[in-house]
Write a protein that binds this ligand. Structure first.
Ligand code: DAH
Length: 343
């Protein structure tokens, strides 16, 4: 009987110490110490034993019961403490987690699209309507109506992708000017943004890029309106009110006079660096007064109306705005890069 009792005691202690939770611990207590528990039953059967046995085992059984109750109490305290620790761990927010690893992180617009939206709302605030113009364009809208008849040498600069002899992936957003002049009532102010395509691919050119086209036609529009508006625009977009700008004479078949607008190189503050080709200036857009031929082709009386137009490459401006040195990063789809250019 002594061996059997020792065996039962060590079994009970093992069970108590490995009880995984408070409920299981309670079951173990009932099994060993409850009214019909293993040790209680043995106490009850003592009556059938000799007086000596009753004395020895009775004393031992009572001591065992007290000992087990103490083990149970200790295990309960351990389990309660574990429960509290578990709850604290569950409720703690780990503020050190990098946001970008969050599988539920919201996406955002691509930096180029973000900038396009910003330009659209900027121009909308001074009355420019955003209009759509197709990416697959006819020779007429892409070239001829912009004062570039067949064999005009300016066509060669565009290195186009032709779909058939008279259809092309637009090489610039300027066709939107013609479409606006054909359909919108005068005076008009429009902005058109989107993808354009050229057979160009190197460090600073991609075969597809984004442009923004603007056109303002009214009576008595002059070159000073163009200068004032575009200077203000660049100051706001690049967040630098003091940024120096200059207008340099240039040539575009659809404007006369034509100019290119440069900004003082933001990287070297005009001390001359690689970014600005050691000139201190960076070209940001092309512009000019709409060529009277272009107005006439679209049926607008060039004696009554004048206007100005401008076109710019968005990736170029995005590089300046976000301090990016390699144009191709915008198309590499690396979220670590893209997520940094959002404001
Ligand atoms: N379309 C020209 C280009 O892609 C940019 C341009 C220059 C647009 C002068 C204009 C402009 O509207 O007036 O190179």
């Amino acid at each position: 009987m002594a061996d059997e009792l020792d065996e039962l005691i060590s079994q009970a202690i093992d069970a108590i110490q490995s009880a995984p939770d408070v409920r299981r611990l309670h079951d173990i207590k009932v099994y060993y110490l409850g009214k019909k528990g293993q040790f209680t039953l043995r106490l009850k059967t003592l009556a059938k034993r000799t007086a000596d046995e009753q004395r020895v085992y009775g004393k031992k059984l009572n001591a065992v019961k007290a000992d087990l109750a103490r083990h149970i109490h200790q295990r309960k305290e351990q389990l309660d403490a574990l429960l509290v620790q578990q709850r604290i761990a569950d409720e703690t927010i780990d503020v050190t987690l990098p946001v970008m690893d969050d599988p539920l992180a919201y996406g955002g617009s691509h930096p180029v699209i973000h900038l396009l939206g910003e330009m659209e709302s900027l121009f909308a605030s001074i009355g420019f309507d955003s209009i759509f113009s197709p990416e697959i364009e006819s020779d007429y809208y892409n070239f001829a109506a912009l004062n570039m008849p067949p064999h005009h040498p300016a066509r060669a600069m565009h290195d186009s992708f032709y779909l058939d002899p008279t259809t092309v992936l637009r090489t610039h957003t300027s066709p939107a000017q013609v479409r606006a002049m054909e359909t919108q009532p005068l005076p008009l102010r429009i902005l058109s943004t989107g993808r354009v395509y050229r057979r160009d691919s190197d460090l600073t050119h991609t075969p597809m890029f984004h442009q923004v086209e603007g056109l303002w036609i009214d009576q008595q529009i002059a070159f000073c309106d163009l200068k004032g508006l575009l200077t203000e625009f660049v100051h706001i977009l690049l967040k630098d009110r003091q940024l120096k700008t200059r207008f340099r004479p240039s040539y575009f078949p659809f404007t006369e006079p034509s100019a290119e607008m440069d900004i003082a190189c933001p990287q070297c503050a005009q001390k001359k660096c690689r970014l600005c080709g050691y000139s201190g200036w960076i070209e940001v857009l092309g512009c000019g007064m709409v060529n009277p031929n272009v107005l006439q082709i679209s049926g607008i009386d060039s004696h009554t109306y004048t206007g100005f137009a401008f076109g710019l490459g968005v990736e170029r401006l995005a590089m300046l705005r976000y301090g990016v040195s390699d144009l191709r990063q915008f198309f590499d789809n690396d979220l670590r890069f893209l997520a940094q250019c959002r404001s």
